[in-house]
Ligand binder design. Sequence first.
Ligand SMILES: [Zn+2]
Length: 95
Amino acid sequence: MPAPRYRSRSKKRKHVTTPGKIAKIHYKKHGTSYKKCASCGNIIKTIPRLRGPNMHKVSKSKRRPNRMYGGYYCPSCLSKRIKTVVRKSLEIIEE
Ligand SMILES: [Zn+2]
């Protein structure tokens, strides 16, 4: 019986014979999904699809786009939001 964490069938299995001729199963780790924009749900392509420790091997500038709300909003949604905020602030000043 495999350990509880390996009982899920969603993990990929590979049958391996060790140098001592013992049949074993090697389990692959889960992948990660694409990171998505919080507003429109489109994929933010610049963010690498890596798990925790591997993600920390990548430099911080490559982990997310280097702008405000980088890695949270896609560039088009961010520009729309900035425009709406600026236009609302201008309306308040004019009144
Ligand atoms: Zn978006």
